[in-house]
Design a protein around this ligand. Structure first.
Ligand code: SF4
Length: 223
């Protein structure tokens, strides 16, 4: 029996239990994503990894790899959908990249460049959420949070602390810090925790380390 599926015309081997994105990544392919991390259970939050599976849209991070699947990732309609998703994420938060410490190392910014996003086509929301700078080594700006839940899952599944959660509904959905005061300083988080380092954007950042890497040498700068 075949143990491969087809990704954009190329056979991709998989192991029992693999998702499409896990097998494709292991084989050296790139499926755009923001909320997937191979160390964590899938979330399906960002939808950026949406591909076409046998002609129908599906999230590659939650779709089980099966023999003979036909998966399309690099089509213009999918790229257009990714640009729209990214534009939604940009207008929902305050993503002022020119003044953000994560610029050049930000997965959201990098995905937008890769998808050819030139600018949001909708009105900005301009949220006014409080910045939490209470922790001695970390600070949290949820105006940049894309609700990927990576910190939530990392804190629970890797750190065993459960520092973060997602609360609220609809546009009021937001990140919660589990502590008596709701502030980072009163939580169990440490700067060495996976949850403190996994944020793909500039929402959870270490203090006193901003703008350390010269432009041109940042992780996602192109040569
Ligand atoms: S703070 Fe960062 S890691 Fe946590 S949900 Fe928001 S964007 Fe994701």
């Amino acid at each position: 029996m075949s143990t491969t599926f087809d990704l954009d015309g190329q056979p991709v081997p998989f192991q029992p239990g693999d998702t499409v994105i896990a097998a494709a990544t292991r084989a050296g392919h790139t499926i755009p994503h923001l909320c997937w991390d191979p160390r964590l259970g899938p979330s399906g939050a960002c939808r950026l990894c949406t591909v076409e599976v046998n002609g129908r849209p599906a999230a590659a991070c939650t779709t089980r790899a099966l023999a003979g699947l036909r998966v399309a990732c690099q089509t213009e309609p999918l790229q257009q959908r990714r640009r729209q998703l990214l534009q939604m994420m940009f207008v929902e938060g305050n993503h002022f990249c020119p003044s953000c410490e994560k610029s050049g190392g930000c997965a959201l910014q990098s995905a937008a460049y890769a998808a050819g996003m030139t600018g949001p086509q909708w009105e900005e929301f301009y949220p006014q959420r409080a910045v939490d700078a209470s922790h001695p080594a970390l600070w949290l700006d949820t105006n940049r949070c894309i609700l990927c839940k990576l910190c939530v899952r990392a804190s629970t599944e890797l750190d065993g602390k459960g520092v973060f959660a997602i609360g609220g509904h609809g546009i009021h959905t937001h990140l919660i810090v589990h502590s008596p005061s709701g502030r980072l300083a009163d939580s169990a988080i440490a700067a060495t925790d996976e949850a403190a380092q996994i944020c793909p954007v500039g929402a959870i950042l270490p203090k006193r380390r901003g703008f350390a890497v010269p432009i041109g040498e940042r992780p996602q700068d192109t040569p």
